[in-house]
Design a protein around this ligand. Structure first.
Ligand code: UDP
Length: 330
């Protein structure tokens, strides 16, 4: 049985590719390479360049071997872009997910794992946030993912599709063996931006708001190592294969770090001070988001092993250095 990975040339998807290949699974990847990078993938990834919104391509790929699961990473992820272009985000994240889901049902693929996000919660009232908290997204990005969760829920009831929607908190870090990492040039995420600043690819970086109601005034997030996140996907895959009940699962560690703590960790990893300036709050940034991730542990059997900010940051930095060398070679 093979696993179809959409967005497998992207940051998180490419880590899934290596995890499944390391475990001896057969896979195929669909990626339109809009932000993904083909050169990180080995030939065994069976990359098909194309779009998850392309019905006939999906049928062709899905009948090319026997799949028992789809892991759906492909999508757009920049929150401010989703505010500027909501219809673009609903097309890419919601409409195309519907096309993919319909193709999975049509082709008899029983298991579906979906990259969802903590952004479905919006600005939760209580912390840590449980899966039971009201889903009230404050960005089209969050809404586009929540609508996909709803389509999965309803398709599970109607068509027997089994699914796990994993709600990611702040994913960071890179493959320990240096095979892949966050490669998108326009990435806006804090740890990536800080590593790029450390390596001189940016003159300076900004802290978006120092007047939040938090101990040091900067926002707090639950940073999770990408390899632990991938572990949750693998556990979800086994769980669904064994007939586990569909559901949504938070993926975070249940503890938070502030922007200043992250910057300090990057300075420590690079033994160098960062050029940092203060900037206004970024629209839509909640002060604190931390996961309650007991459900993933108890139901999926998830056992994260890399809850260590220094480890997360140093793996991100090693990948950023590798990327710099790769890009310098042209
Ligand atoms: N942040 C920052 N400077 C940056 C990028 C991010 O101060 O250059 C802050 C951002 O305001 C938020 C936190 O870092 O409070 C994490 O932001 P990121 O974009 O990494 O993830 P998000 O939590 O928005 O998904």
């Amino acid at each position: 049985m093979a696993v179809l990975i959409t967005g497998g040339a992207g940051y998180i998807g490419s880590h899934m590719v290596f995890e499944l290949l390391d475990r001896g699974e057969e896979i195929a990847v669909i990626d339109n390479l809009s932000t993904g990078v083909w050169w990180v993938l080995p030939p065994e990834a069976n990359l098909v360049e194309g779009d998850v919104g392309d019905d006939s391509l999906l049928d062709k790929v899905m009948t090319s071997r026997t799949f028992d699961a789809v892991i759906h990473f492909a999508g757009s992820i920049v929150v401010p872009d989703s505010v500027a272009d909501p219809l673009g985000y609903y097309l890419n994240n919601t409409v195309k997910s519907r096309t993919l889901m319909a193709a999975a049902v049509r082709n008899g693929i029983p298991n579906f794992i979906f990259s969802s996000t903590a952004a479905v919660y919006g600005e939760p009232k209580t912390m840590p946030v449980t899966e039971e908290a009201a889903a009230q997204p404050v960005s089209p990005y969050g809404t586009s993912k929540l609508m996909t969760e709803w389509m999965l829920r309803d398709s599970a009831k109607a068509h027997g599709l089994r699914y796990a929607a994993l709600r990611y908190f702040n994913v960071a870090g890179a493959d320990e063996r240096g095979r892949t990492g966050q490669s998108t040039p326009r990435a806006t995420h804090l740890i990536k931006v800080a590593c790029q600043t450390l390596l001189g690819q940016r003159r300076q970086m900004e802290i978006f708001g120092r007047d939040y109601d938090t101990p040091d005034g900067t926002c707090i997030r639950d940073y999770i190592h990408v390899s632990d996140l991938i572990g949750a996907h693998f556990d979800a895959l086994q769980y669904l294969r064994q007939g586990g009940e569909s559901g949504v699962f938070n993926c975070g560690y249940g503890r938070g770090y502030s922007v200043l703590q992250v910057i300090k960790a990057v300075e420590k990893a690079g033994a160098k001070k960062l050029a940092v300036i203060d900037a206004p709050r970024r629209a839509g940034d909640p002060p604190v988001i931390v996961a309650e991730a007991e459900r993933a542990r108890s139901v999926l059997g998830w056992r994260p092993t890399r809850d260590n900010l220094d480890e997360i940051v140093s793996s991100a930095l090693r990948w950023e250095e590798k990327l710099l060398r790769h890009n310098a070679k042209g």
